[in-house]
Design a protein around this ligand. Structure first.
Ligand SMILES: C[S@@+](CC[C@H](N)C(=O)[O-])C[C@H]1O[C@@H](n2cnc3c(N)ncnc32)[C@H](O)[C@@H]1O
Length: 370
């Protein structure tokens, strides 16, 4: 069959593939609905907190759905099960009927908000932030943004176009509901470090001071202080994030702008910051970081961020990274970088050594030294 024609198998496969991607937002929105209804927590608590699979009638009852809504729930769960976000197995109900019982998968376990040991925090706020109307609306402006004719795109991002010229970080500061959700999202992602910090002790051992640039509400610093009680940490952040946060003996919040000045310390940490920045912005920040660490050696920059590895990442990991890179394009001026892209930035900023190690989830840890 030539390129102009289709056989019936191509027609059906082509349409199914197209519709799957055309409607992939149905999965995101169903996931949002499941979080809003509290389904991950309900399953987690089922069977005296043992996370036993819950039958459809039990789930209907736990959700206290109005009778008119009860018949629709299985359709929501059917899509989420098909997408691998929940499991389903057939069990015999109290009425001797065969019914579906839903369980958690490793991905929906990450949505549980009351998991007790707090070793792995909930990523529910992260999901809700990523599909918040303020985020999703910006995607509708991607086409118009591409069609701009200016040599330097102005407004800089589709987010600006969607929000009357306001940048993502300004909107974060001005819109309390969105800002609180984003801060909770960051806390969730950063909190995952707690589960792996023991494997990365050599990176932080021996340091006496550390500045977490763009360190949000200090979640990473608190994890580091717990593991290294002698470490004095500071978070350099925009005023709207840290203005009301109290300092403690080991943790200081500094209102400032990373493009203007970075306080001196043995080590500078940048987690999920540089991927949001253009190459020019990264160079400004990295050069300021270099000035902030001891000039007589021993200082380092620790970056926890995404490294794109299209050759080695398995399909799902790569798809998550490629999609997230587009979210970065839509909301920020940054991009997700390959090891080669990162290396080029470090050399241009005056560093000579760097080492990349996968740390958790989509993140790698990059140690950079002069
Ligand atoms: C994607 S978040 C990462 C937060 C935190 N490092 C984490 O991983 O949980 C980026 C952070 O950088 C902060 N930020 C953005 N621009 C900044 C600037 N010019 N100076 C200091 N912080 C900034 C934001 O307020 C936000 O908290």
């Amino acid at each position: 069959m030539g390129s102009q024609g289709f056989n019936s198998s191509e027609l059906s496969q082509g349409q199914a593939h197209l519709f799957k991607h055309m409607l992939s937002y149905a999965t995101s929105m169903s996931l949002k609905c499941a979080i809003q209804l509290g389904i991950p927590d309900i399953i987690h608590n089922n069977g005296q907190g043992q996370g036993q699979p819950i039958t459809l009638p039990e789930l209907v009852s736990a959700l206290q759905l109005a009778p008119a809504q009860t018949g629709f729930l299985y359709r929501l769960m059917r899509l989420l099960v098909h997408s691998g976000l929940f499991t389903a197995k057939k069990v015999i109900s109290q009425n001797d009927e065969e019914v579906d019982a839903y369980g958690l998968t490793p991905s929906s376990r990450l949505l549980v908000t009351n998991n007790g040991n707090n070793e792995v925090p909930s990523l529910s706020p992260y999901v809700l932030a990523a599909i918040h109307p303020a985020t999703v609306t910006s995607f509708h402006f991607l086409g118009s943004w591409f069609q701009q004719k200016d040599a330097t795109p102005s407004p800089a991002t589709p987010f600006h176009l969607a929000h009357d010229g306001i940048s993502f970080f300004d909107y974060w500061g001005k819109n309390t509901e969105y800002g609180d959700l984003l801060n909770d999202a960051m806390a969730g992602d950063s909190g995952m470090l707690k589960a792996v910090i023991k494997d990365f002790k050599p990176v932080f051992e021996g340091l006496t001071s550390l500045v977490d640039v763009g360190g949000n509400t200090g979640v990473v610093c608190k994890i580091l202080i717990e593991a290294f009680p002698h470490l004095k940490c500071s978070v350099l952040e925009l005023s709207h994030v840290v203005a009301d946060l109290p300092n403690t003996e080991n943790l200081k919040f500094i209102e400032g702008d990373m493009y203007q000045a970075i306080p001196q310390a043995d080590a500078i940490l940048l987690k999920s910051v540089l991927s949001g920045c253009s190459d020019e912005e990264c160079l400004t920040v990295l050069k300021k970081c270099r000035e902030a660490i001891p000039s007589n050696g021993g200082g380092k920059i620790v970056i926890i961020d995404i490294v794109m590895d299209s050759k080695n990442d398995e399909h799902e990991m790569l798809e998550a990274k490629l999609s997230y890179d587009l979210l970065t394009l839509v909301c920020l001026t940054g991009k997700w970088r390959s090891p080669k892209d990162w290396g080029k930035l470090f050399l241009e900023a005056g560093f000579t050594h760097y080492k990349i190690t996968p740390i958790y989830g989509l993140n790698s840890l990059i140690e950079v030294s002069p």
